[in-house]
Write a protein that binds this ligand. Structure first.
Ligand code: HEC
Length: 183
């Protein structure tokens, strides 16, 4: 092959390479798509409103009176709610004091009056006040706020319906159940 032939071939190869390279660059310019900054889709999950701590910290103002809540309360459901109390309270007649006092007949009985239980000073100081449904409702909502200094280490039950059901269950823990307040 003479040098002329070689130049032709080399020129063709070089030319092809230039064209391919050029097209490639050209297509980059024409079809320029910005690289996504993050690969994949960003899935945004909205925080469920009113869940967890936030809801517990800000209970909705009761829409109904306690009497109205109790009129439609369900003692059987309240018995389930009472499981949160049963770790510390026995509710049976003549049953023992545990971490907390026995709760048989608690509705209508005086604060801090169950025999054989060592109450806090704060609770004992209220010994002339009966446990009404209103007082129980307030205490169970937030024990430490209702009776500062109580030794009942329990956060409280924030849901109105749960408390109403629980109070309806506490009503049954008695030989002579105390009637609910009028709606
Ligand atoms: C962690 C243990 C614990 C849990 C859980 C608990 N309590 Fe108590 N409770 C106590 C203690 C301790 C006292 C005594 C408080 C004091 O002397 O200040 C008490 C006192 C009470 C009293 C006052 C009784 C009286 O004789 O004056 C009531 C009413 C009561 N609890 C209801 C409940 C209910 C209803 C629940 C469930 C929603 C509950 N407690 C959950 C420990 C507990």
């Amino acid at each position: 092959m003479d040098s002329f032939e070689f130049n032709k071939i080399a020129g063709a190869v070089l030319g092809t390479a230039l064209v391919v390279f050029g097209l490639n660059e050209l297509s980059k310019i024409i079809y320029h798509a910005p690289e996504p900054e993050k690969q994949g889709f960003a899935i945004e999950v909205a925080e469920a409103a009113g869940s967890g701590e936030a809801a517990a910290a800000t209970p909705a103002a009761p829409a109904e009176s306690l009497g109205a809540m109790l009129a439609s309360a369900d003692a059987a459901k309240g018995q389930t709610v009472f499981k949160a109390c049963a770790a510390c309270h026995d509710g049976s007649k003549g049953g023992p004091n545990k971490v907390g006092p026995n709760l048989w007949g608690v509705v209508g009985r005086m604060h801090g009056s169950h025999e054989g239980f060592a109450y806090s000073d704060a609770m004992a100081a209220l010994k002339d006040k009966p446990w009404t449904y209103e007082a129980l409702n307030e205490f169970i909502t937030n024990p430490k706020a209702a009776i500062p200094g109580t030794k009942m280490a329990f956060g409280g039950i924030k849901k109105d319906a749960d408390r109403a059901n629980l109070l309806a269950y506490l009503q049954t823990l008695s030989d002579s159940p105390v009637p609910f307040p009028a709606p």
